[in-house]
Ligand binder design. Sequence first.
Ligand code: SF4
Length: 73
Amino acid sequence: ALPKLPATDAAAKALAYTENAAAVKHAAFKAGSSCTNCNFFKGAKGQAYGPCTLFPKNTVAAKGWCSAWAKKL
Ligand code: SF4
């Protein structure tokens, strides 16, 4: 399995990635958004961590968020 994306990762920092969408104060944050309902999240439903197209070497938290969030189509 891929390792979890550390918030300290340079690319993660650039996109303001966090494992806790509930605590996000970012200007681009839309209420209710998180990795689990992001179009780039490829994790299975109910999975706590899953792959993200933007971070191919890691998994991201289903309850996480970053500024590249886009509504799941
Ligand atoms: Fe989460 Fe989407 Fe950002 Fe990937 S692109 S870290 S799934 S919010």
